[in-house]
Design a protein around this ligand. Structure first.
Ligand code: FPP
Ligand code: MG
Length: 323
């Protein structure tokens, strides 16, 4: 999202709160691992900005936004620390992951610590918002389990993939918006806003999956979804388009430890199968449906920033995939 003076001022306060929250020495390796991830230069702070701009659609300012934004970033960071263990990821935000630097135990406990810090930031907010935060973590966890259980499946449909993306990313995006406008927006507006940002989250996740397969500067280890047999939108779309790719992928995934050269060749086949264009078209559809759901709110302060960010997401992946 673009950083205008309002966003910049808000993010400055979010950064200060995050540093203060991580400024203890009582559990050195846990906080060190958390700081390594959260204070890394590559963090985009999408969720705090979603809180701010969703809130601005309905009112000028509110002191609860800061607590909600910090809690959202802490929940997100906790989920990434855990996710990198689940995915055995090596690189995030252009840095070695916490599990590589400190091991799985520290990475997991560091995530747990962040989750407790997040809940602490929600002490003063409406209990209904806290309840939704707890349910959101549940949805993220269910989707992650669903993803692990879908590893290696060649029959997962795009809709099946979409449900997982909505659970693991859409639920937290939606919570950011709902928590920011709680008590201010009527039920219809609340529903439309959360449905819109859930669409943007699915587009975001579609593009994230594409970045695993095509060459982009993602700051993460490329091809890990293909290596880990992970459900990935681009792979699913390529499978739908070509039986040849299905047979080749079955052969690759049947191997105990697939040769990196063959994984690279598979990525090239997927990238040139039309799956990149198809994924970009689907992401575009998600974004335009989301913007339609925003209705006239897309022209309001805050709504305009969210709509522009969603449209700009689409340019983060090259239109012609290069594997
Ligand atoms: C990244 O997906 C992972 C998520 C968006 C959510 C992960 C959720 C959990 C581990 C459960 C919730 C846990 C807590 C502590 C809140 P990805 O692997 O597709 O993206 P990546 O490429 O960034 O790794
Ligand atoms: Mg991951």
């Amino acid at each position: 999202m673009r950083i205008d003076p309002i966003s910049g001022g808000f993010l400055g306060r979010v950064e200060k709160r995050l540093s203060e929250a991580l400024d203890g020495t009582d559990a050195p390796p846990l906080l060190e691992a958390a700081r390594h991830l959260i204070l890394a230069a590559g963090a985009k702070r999408v969720r705090p900005l979603l809180v701010l701009h969703s809130g601005r659609i309905f009112r000028e300012d509110d002191p609860s936004w800061l607590d909600v934004a910090v809690a959202a970033e802490l929940i997100h960071s906790a989920s990434l620390l855990h996710d990198d263990v689940v995915d055995d990821a090596r690189l995030r935000r252009n840095l070695p992951t916490a599990n590589v630097k400190w091991g799985n135990t520290v990475a997991i406990l560091s995530g747990d610590l962040l989750l407790s810090l997040a809940l602490r930031h929600l002490r003063g907010v409406d209990p209904a918002v806290v309840q939704e935060a707890i349910e959101t973590v549940g949805k993220m966890t269910q989707a992650t389990i669903g993803e692990v259980q879908s590893r290696g499946r060649l029959d997962l449909t795009f809709d099946g993939w979409r449900d997982l993306a909505a659970g693991k990313t859409g639920s937290l995006f939606a919570w950011c918006s709902r928590a920011a406008v709680w008590g201010e927006a009527d039920a219809d507006s609340l529903g439309a806003l959360s449905a819109a940002v859930e669409r943007f989250a699915v587009a975001f996740q579609l593009l994230d999956d594409l970045k695993d397969v095509v060459r982009t500067a993602s700051g993460k280890d490329r091809l890990s979804d293909l290596r880990n047999k992970e459900p990935n939108a681009a792979v699913i779309l390529a499978l739908e388009a070509s039986d040849g790719i299905r047979d080749a992928l079955r052969g690759l995934w049947d191997e105990a430890s697939p040769d990196p050269g063959r994984v690279g060749e598979m990525a090239s086949r997927i990238a040139s199968s039309g799956a990149v264009d198809r994924a970009l078209a689907l992401a575009r559809e998600e974004v335009s449906t989301g913007i339609r759901l925003l209705g006239d709110r897309r022209k309001t302060p805050g709504g305009a920033e969210i709509a522009r960010w969603a449209e700009e997401l689409l340019s983060t992946v090259p239109a012609k995939g290069d594997a």
